[in-house]
Design a protein around this ligand. Structure first.
Ligand code: UGA
Length: 436
């Protein structure tokens, strides 16, 4: 199959590269010339484990190419995937900004030749694919096309394996012809028994929001249970284990922490709330999850303050991990971006380390944070260590070394990486989340 991918952001780049790895001929298009020049050389603008190797391999094997020229890329395509950004609108009202999608639809429309399926890959409100269809028909009345929705369920940091071994692929289609093409594109997965869920276009669009909202609810739920654990002296790790073994609940996404972040859950929960309101309905459970998430970040600030004796003013806080989760350099809506400014404002000195995210962090966090070369340098002379993101390299720290280098042996483990009993026996004043 000939596939054209519009947009070489996170989703477009991973999806296009993985399609090429399946054996399809893929052309990725982006307007940013500098990005395309770099990609042609195999230089990846994001940190995603395994992606650079796969990009280089598929370029050299002739299945993957990059261009800024949409006029060349679209006519030969059997399917054009639109994977451009859908940021929250500048009005700050939770609506997704669809300008890039509609612009892409117009440009694609002008160059369609022969039957083509135009697929929405970006996360978009219900009704967007229909609007894309209208735009294409208006721009190019002769175009022979169908639109489809094919939401992505990739996690940053695990995107390649998520793509190659998904739980399911959802395709929203209206015609058999479009379904055939999409099924052929995903055939390599089908052979590995991946279920393909074919639905209407609206169902596919909503399924994406429902999936992310459900996961956000699950995280906020366990965060609230963690807080209850702290009040009653129970242990949330054991509770997560006990309830997670029930197949109806499932053990994944039951890790308490400083709140969910990233480019998806915060944006998609708000967008879902707006979509639902427009239709005169409610998603109160999702609204509550969003509120709980904001409160959780504030609670972490309070937790740190209490652990250093009631005020962070003049205290040195060592923060390990800044990104919203490990194996990414992404700082978008990272809990650190709320928690650290609050600590700074209250007079703390912050020494921070992150294995991949420090460059990004400089753009997201206020000036004044002292970036360190490693966890040990961050902890030296600190009044408190805060483990913010559970990078593997923070899971087996030389705790004796950390403790002796600190001013006071206070450890706030916001990801419950360490065993509270062991930490206390090592002489730390330790707290986790719901895990004293
Ligand atoms: C999420 C979904 O997991 C993907 O399926 C989806 O495709 C993607 O959004 C998207 O819409 O593009 P992602 O944002 O990359 O993926 O990251 P997750 O691994 O889901 O983590 C999101 C946040 O939840 C992180 O801040 C993480 O620390 C937090 N989290 C996750 C918890 O606090 N506890 C958990 O048990 C799990």
């Amino acid at each position: 199959m000939n596939i054209t991918m519009i947009g070489t952001g996170y989703v477009g780049l991973v999806t296009g590269t993985c399609f090429a790895e399946f054996g399809h001929m893929v052309t990725c298009v982006d307007k940013v010339e500098e990005k395309i020049t770099k990609l042609k050389e195999g230089v990846i603008p994001i940190y995603e484990p395994g992606l650079d190797t796969l990009v280089k391999k598929n370029i050299s094997e002739g299945r993957l190419c990059f261009t800024t020229d949409i006029t060349q890329a679209v006519p030969k395509a059997d399917a054009v995937f639109i994977a451009v950004g859908t940021p929250s609108s500048r009005r700050g009202d939770g609506y997704a900004d669809l300008t890039y999608i509609y612009d892409a639809a117009r440009e694609v429309a002008a160059h369609l030749e022969g039957y083509t399926v135009v697929v929405d890959k970006s996360t978009v409100p219900v009704g967007t694919a229909r609007q894309v269809s209208r735009i294409i028909a208006e721009t190019n009345p002769k175009a022979e096309f169908d639109v489809a929705s094919n939401p992505e369920f990739l996690r940053e940091g695990a995107a390649i394996s998520d793509f190659m071994r998904p739980d399911r692929v959802v395709i929203g289609i209206e015609t058999e012809r479009a379904e055939e093409i999409l099924r052929e594109i995903y055939m390599p997965l089908y052979l590995r028994d991946t279920p393909i869920v074919s639905t209407t276009i609206e169902t596919a669009e909503l399924a994406k929001y429902a999936a992310n909202a459900f996961l956000a609810v699950k995280i906020s739920f366990i965060n609230e249970i963690a807080n209850v654990c702290e009040a009653v002296g129970a242990n949330v790790t054991d509770i997560a284990k006990a309830i997670g073994m029930d197949g109806r609940i499932g053990s994944k996404f039951l890790h308490p922490g400083p709140g969910y972040g990233g480019s998806c859950f915060p944006k998609d929960t708000l967008a879902l709330m707006r979509i639902v309101q427009e239709h005169g309905e409610n998603v109160r459970v999702v609204e509550a999850a969003v509120e709980v998430n904001a409160a959780q970040k504030a609670r972490m600030v309070k937790k740190i303050r209490e652990m250093v004796g009631g005020s962070v003013a003049g205290k040195t806080i060592a923060v390990l991990g800044l990104t919203f989760k490990p194996e990414t350099d992404d700082m978008r809506d990272a809990p650190a971006a709320t928690i650290l400014p609050a600590l700074l404002e209250k007079g703390a000195r912050i020494k921070a380390h992150d294995p991949q995210g420090m460059e990004e962090a400089r753009a997201y966090l206020p000036a004044g944070i002292e970036y360190q070369e490693n966890a040990y340098q961050a902890a030296a002379e600190a009044d408190c260590v805060v483990l913010m993101t559970e990078w593997n390299q923070y899971r087996a720290l030389d705790l004796e070394r950390i403790k002796t280098s600190m001013k006071a042996a206070v450890f706030v483990d916001l990801r419950n990486v360490y065993d509270p009993v062991r930490m206390k026996s090592l002489g730390f004043n330790y707290t986790g989340v719901g895990n004293r």
